[in-house]
Design a protein around this ligand. Structure first.
Ligand code: DAH
Length: 357
């Protein structure tokens, strides 16, 4: 019995894993294990022998079972220690931002103005940046000989000799989306269209690609008063200045009648531009009542419907709101500029959550 004891306790101590432990258990105390077979022999013993051997065998069996149980726990602990060692993770480390990128001011301002106009019931429409000269000019009541065509410094797409398709241009403004939206949605409608536009021009306040947002509302009883209210609401929300003053100046655009250019109040004191105070004015957009010919070009009956429209420079109002002096830097992809003027990726502008922080 002493031999059995030292044999099995030794094997248990040396067992490398749970599978080895199970083999030992079967060999020792399993149904046909060595200790179990010995216990069967008790029946053949004299009562005196049995009185000594019985308790001793039981004790041996208990000892082996508890050694097995203890080793099992120890092996489990060792396995856990090993996992903890290899899968080590310091949960007290401070968070590290994985991305260094920021949201470009043009994207930020586009989000801001979309949130404001959405609140007033405008949805976002889109159109192609390469468009036909019909959508970009003719449909907007700018015929071939009109000076506005020349003034816009248009980029024309190359055409092979003999190609008779209508000429394509890089759109010079977002106004062609007015026509496309009227064709697609009919009346009534209320849309804004933010997007890139192109003109051959380059200096501190002009880049060959820039951004505009077009607005268009068509309904039965729309007037200049609605236009004025919408724009004043917009400027107050956008510049975050209640009661910011606007000035509507009579102007001329081929696609609106009457037409107005809109200025916002500003001061230039000490050479510093401040929006919403002082008695200076700064032009920010063109607008007016949609010309009947433009409604008709969009497939809408001008006898039944009327509308207002406006077009505004997104980069321009971004420069004004965030005090960014040079337009050209917007499109230089200079990382230092982007880090300085960029916005955090998770600060999505909403009217109630705050537009800019
Ligand atoms: N398309 C004009 C431009 O790029 C801006 C504009 C003026 C748009 C008046 C309009 C408008 O919708 O009514 O200069």
């Amino acid at each position: 019995m002493d031999d059995l004891k030292s044999k099995y306790l030794g094997q248990i101590a040396d067992a490398a894993d749970e599978a080895a432990l199970e083999t030992i258990r079967v060999a020792a105390v399993g149904k046909k294990g060595e200790v179990s077979l010995k216990m069967r022999e008790l029946g053949k013993m004299t009562p005196e022998e049995r009185q000594v051997a019985g308790p001793a065998l039981n004790a041996l069996k208990d000892e082996i079972n508890s050694a097995l149980a203890a080793k099992k726990v120890a092996l489990g602990d060792a396995a856990l220690d090993e996992r903890l060692r290899t899968e080590w993770l310091d949960v007290t480390l401070p968070g590290r931002p994985r991305r260094q990128g920021t949201v470009h001011p043009v994207s930020q301002v586009t989000e801001e103005l979309t949130a404001i106009f959405a609140e007033m019931g405008f949805s976002v429409a889109e159109g192609p940046r390469i468009d036909t000269d019909w959508y970009n000019f003719d449909a907007l009541n700018i015929p071939g000989h009109h000076p506005a065509r020349a003034e816009m410094d248009t980029f024309y797409m190359h055409r092979a000799a003999g190609d008779n398709r209508p000429p394509h241009v890089l759109r010079t403004h977002t106004s062609p989306v007015q026509i496309r939206s009227m064709e697609k949605m009919g009346a009534p409608l209320r849309i804004i269209c933010p997007g890139g536009v192109y003109r051959a021009d380059y200096d501190q306040t002009h880049t060959p690609m820039f951004h505009q947002v077009e607005g268009l509302a068509v309904d039965k009883d729309i007037s200049m008063a609605n236009l004025k209210w919408v724009l004043e609401e917009f400027f107050a929300a956008f510049f975050e200045i209640d009661g910011i003053k606007t000035r509507f100046r009579a102007s001329h655009f081929p696609f609106t009648e009457p037409s107005a250019e809109v200025d916002i109040q500003c001061s230039w004191e000490g050479g510093q531009l401040k929006i919403g105070e002082g008695d200076g004015w700064l032009e920010v957009l063109g607008s007016g009542m949609v010309h009947p010919k433009v409604l008709a070009a969009g497939g809408i009956d001008p006898e039944q419907w009327q509308g207002f429209a406006f077009g505004m420079g997104i980069d321009r109002i971004a420069m004004l709101k965030y005090g960014i002096p040079d337009l050209r830097a917007f499109f230089d992809s200079d990382l230092r500029w982007l880090r300085h003027y960029g916005f955090a990726g998770l600060d999505v502008p909403t009217l109630h959550g705050g537009l800019s922080r």
